[in-house]
Write a protein that binds this ligand. Structure first.
Ligand code: GDP
Ligand code: IMO
Ligand code: MG
Length: 428
């Protein structure tokens, strides 16, 4: 049995897509378990960039099974657009499967996401406005529409009528926005259903059987620990569970099958949207990180907030996801810095903080404890062996392992597949 999982340890955009693409070469099956097209995973192959949102990052190989699992929320329109773009770029979706149990994002979810954000004022989350939260809310409220429901005309019409009636009352009476049209949605979604039918499968069985048959299965996380609905900086989170346990539920695979859990750590920190960010640098350091790192969102184009690496966050992620290894990404972005700070914990009212604060006001008052490390001031993007990294870069990486107590598996020094330094095998 060989499984591996790639998890975001910070606020997303750590480079999960690149690490999944790299590891996918060895995999038979690549599985997305949660989130939806709020994700934006950029994968670079031979200097050509592919922006993936719903499709697993194993899709760029021809011979893999790629699974969009049960815990994912699927916008079929976005899915079909993504597929068509991929095909235009010369890739095929052969071997792709969509869970028959996954929930479907409907136009009223997107409208609700926009209306709720607009009405929240200071409580605004800064969502990607893709209808993710409202779709998961309907799922939890047991009124959601699943992929398999699309193929039972009576059931689909009944569920759609119910939802459109209730949501339109909310649109007109509460939010003061335009209602949605039942007939248009029914027509469009019948059309989408016909187009995606060939991909629909019982993916829970696909994944379990693959594991039992000794195939190599790779789980691809979207979003990240600090955006987890239960464990992140609630309410400034997404509506799914990006921690390792979420992959178990979202793929329909028991926890004993999950091995080699890899936490992806960007060598500094970024956050898109609202919410606390203790090591944020609202100064020239933050500007430099944004400029050098081109820190602008793949999905929304929004400018990302930037700061120093926060190991209080990564250590929290290490426990929540029982991380076996770390993959440090974007180390090359720090190449020109003379000094690099690293947050190794927080103090609150002069006392060290243990655990990770639940209360956001408390978190906002936390003072990061910084260690200042020497920069390496050399271009490392061409280095392929760990021992060939400058000593200062190795010291930085090793300090991350020391503070978090998690071994280093991979160090990434550029977006391309080959810009990857394997410190130890993370997919055994
Ligand atoms: P994800 O959402 O976690 O998959 O990350 P994103 O794809 O949103 O953002 C990471 C960006 O960094 C992408 O543009 C990647 O191509 C790029 N990237 C990944 N690893 C590295 C690296 O080691 N160095 C550099 N310079 N870029 C990287
Ligand atoms: P990847 O997989 C970074 C953030 C949004 C917002 C919050 C809730 O590329 O790392 P949502 O639309 O999910 O309801 O928005 O979560 N967010 C992400 N930030 N990377 C992501 O995905 C994200 N997916 C959601 O910016 O703050
Ligand atoms: Mg991203």
């Amino acid at each position: 049995m060989a499984t591996s999982m790639v998890i975001g340890t910070q606020w997303g955009d750590e480079g999960k897509g690149k690490i999944v693409d790299y590891l996918a070469e060895q995999a038979d099956v690549v599985v997305r378990s949660q989130g939806g097209n709020n994700a934006g995973h950029t994968v670079v192959v031979d200097d050509k960039a592919f922006a993936l949102r719903l499709l697993p990052s194993g899709i760029l190989y021809d011979n893999k099974t790629n699974v969009i699992g049960t815990g994912v929320v699927i916008d079929p329109k976005v899915f079909l657009e993504e597929l068509s773009n991929l095909e235009k770029q010369g890739k095929s979706a052969k071997g792709l499967q969509i869970s028959n149990r996954a929930h479907v994002i409907m136009p009223y979810h997107i409208r609700l996401d926009e209306a709720e954000e607009a009405s929240k004022g200071a409580m605004k989350i800064g969502t990607t406005k893709n209808g993710i939260g409202p779709c998961y809310a309907d799922k939890v409220n047991r009124v959601g529409i699943r992929v398999c429901d699309l193929y039972d005309e009576d059931l689909f019409v009944t569920k759609l009528k119910y939802n459109v009636t209730i949501k339109n009352k909310m649109f007109t009476n509460v939010y003061g926005v335009e209602p949605v049209d039942f007939d248009t949605i029914l027509r469009d979604y019948k059309n989408y259903a016909a187009q995606i039918k060939k991909f629909v499968a019982d993916t829970n069985s696909t994944v379990i059987n693959a594991i039992k048959d000794g195939k190599k299965v790779l789980f691809e996380g979207a979003q990240a620990t600090m955006l987890d609905l239960d464990h992140g900086t609630y309410p400034f989170v997404t509506s799914s569970h990006p921690v390792a346990g979420g992959a178990s539920v979202g793929s329909g695979v028991g926890p004993h099958y999950l091995n080699n859990i890899v936490g992806v750590v960007k060598a500094y920190a970024t956050r898109v949207g609202e919410g606390p960010f203790p090591s944020e640098q609202l100064n020239e350091v933050g500007e430099a990180l944004r400029e050098i790192g081109h820190e602008f969102g793949t999905v929304t184009g929004r400018s990302r907030r930037t700061g120093w690496l926060d190991l209080a966050v990564v250590s929290y992620a290490a426990g929540l996801s029982s991380l076996d290894y770390l993959a440090i990404t974007r180390l090359d972005i720090l190449d020109t810095f003379k000094e690099i700070k690293i947050c190794v914990g927080y103090t609150l009212d002069g006392k060290p903080v243990t655990g990770f604060p639940a209360d956001l006001k408390e978190l906002e008052r936390c003072e990061p404890i910084y260690e200042t490390m020497e920069g390496w001031q050399t271009d490392i993007s061409g280095i392929r062996e760990y021992d060939a990294l400058p000593e200062a870069a190795r010291r930085y990486v090793e300090r991350i392992a020391e503070v978090t107590g998690v071994a280093i598996g991979i160090v990434s020094v550029g977006p391309n597949r080959n810009q990857t330094i394997v410190v130890q095998d993370v997919f055994k």
